[in-house]
Design a protein around this ligand. Structure first.
Ligand code: TXA
Ligand code: MG
Length: 357
């Protein structure tokens, strides 16, 4: 899955970031899925700062990130055997488990719910940070490092853009100090996130009554989970705990986004051109058609890797509309299609409106 050799933060930057976390501050750090905005999970004031920085509603729980080998029983309780099997199979890696929260863990991280989302990321910088923080015994609460509802960041540059942090020295790829008024002071560098979309979330907290529930599809598929525990995670029902990623509108650029299949896209592009509408394209089979176009790989892992950067870049082109060539409906594309569906939310009818002008 390795796409590029990446520059990474050095030990001094990691030690500084761990100290900032221990003092209750915020640190943005790379993971293999997307960049996270981290705080000490056991410090409710620090966790509150995440919500403030993101503009995130207070009823949306955050995921606790732990170091490899962390004690699951410190954070959670009533852990079913199948959850331990998933930890064994997929950690460190892009899988978040929802489990019953241990009573000693502040409810700030789970927005008052009796469960907690927990994951052990595999990105070497995230691992180094988690090992340095509280000697590897702490947990870092971290949502994606974007303003609520925006596209998740997959590079340190995206994080700085998102929070308006000035990079004082572009050449320095280690932790960078930003102006003191900013909500976070450290952004650790870790290159482009390898997976590119957020972790798979599986709710294992009500296994006996509900079985495993897939709250958010991702790189680790329902089939891979079923292969390990012998139970296929079901899609969430109305009663499942709310995941903010399940809100209809999410991962959305400012420019309206619409999906069309290749044939409809070509025709519509011609019609829009005649009306003087400036269109940016994200495609995976079509040849270059307009100047603002990003061609992503015609394979789900490579597509996911490039998707958020493509949405951000096309959002910067000053176009009136971003048209996305609809990816295949196959299971392997579930995570990609889920994120795209949310980024087009609210854009229904936008093409008709532009053609009628
Ligand atoms: O890949 C990822 O998971 C990234 C990186 C930084 O680790 N994090 C991430 O966090 O995507 P965030 O906050 O953007 O999305 C976490 C999702 C939210 O939809 C939240 O509602 C859900 O996980 N979640 C967290 N704790 C939960 C809980 N106890 N029960 C149900 N859903 C939970
Ligand atoms: Mg998010």
């Amino acid at each position: 899955m390795k796409h590029v050799a990446v520059p990474v933060a050095d030990q001094a930057a990691i030690a500084e970031a761990a100290a900032v976390l221990e003092e209750g501050g915020l640190v943005a750090f790379p993971t293999e899925t997307v960049y996270g905005l981290g705080a000490d999970a056991e410090n409710p004031d620090a966790v509150a700062r995440i919500y403030e920085a993101k503009g995130r509603p207070h009823d949306h729980p955050v995921i606790v990130h732990v170091a490899p080998g962390a004690d699951l029983d410190y954070w959670t309780t009533d852990v079913p055997r199948q959850a331990r099997q998933l930890v064994q199979a997929f950690w460190p890696g892009p899988l978040t488990l929802i489990l019953k929260r241990h009573p000693q863990i502040p409810d700030a991280v789970s927005a008052g719910q009796d469960t907690v989302g927990i994951r052990c990321p595999s990105h070497p910088v995230a691992v180094a940070l988690l090992q340095a923080f509280k000697g590897g015994k702490g947990g870092v609460a971290a949502p994606s490092a974007n303003k609520f509802g925006n596209v998740s960041p997959t590079t340190a540059r995206h994080v700085r853009d998102e929070f308006g942090l000035d990079a004082h020295d572009d050449g320095d790829l280690n932790g960078e100090d930003a102006c003191s008024a900013a909500p976070l002071s450290v952004v650790l560098e870790g290159g482009s996130s390898e997976v590119g979309i957020e972790s798979t979330i599986v709710d294992m907290s009500r296994l006996a009554t509900h079985g495993p529930v897939l709250l958010r599809p991702g790189h680790i598929s329902a089939q891979q989970i079923a292969d390990v525990i012998g139970m296929t995670p079901a899609a969430p029902d109305q009663a499942a705990p709310r995941a903010s990623g399940t809100l209809e509108s999410h991962y959305a650029p400012r420019t309206p986004v619409t999906m069309l299949d290749a044939a409809a896209l070509r025709t519509t592009l011609g019609d829009l051109h005649l009306k003087g509408v400036k269109v940016a394209l994200i495609t995976h089979t079509l040849p270059p058609l307009v100047s603002a176009q990003r061609r992503l790989p015609d394979a789900p892992a490579g597509y996911a890797y490039g998707l958020y950067a493509a949405l951000r870049d096309m959002d910067q082109t000053g176009s009136d509309l971003i048209l996305v060539e609809t990816p295949p409906p196959d299971d392997a594309w579930l995570g990609v299609n889920d994120r795209l569906r949310r980024s087009v939310f609210g854009s229904a009818g936008v093409i008709d409106a532009m053609l009628q002008k």
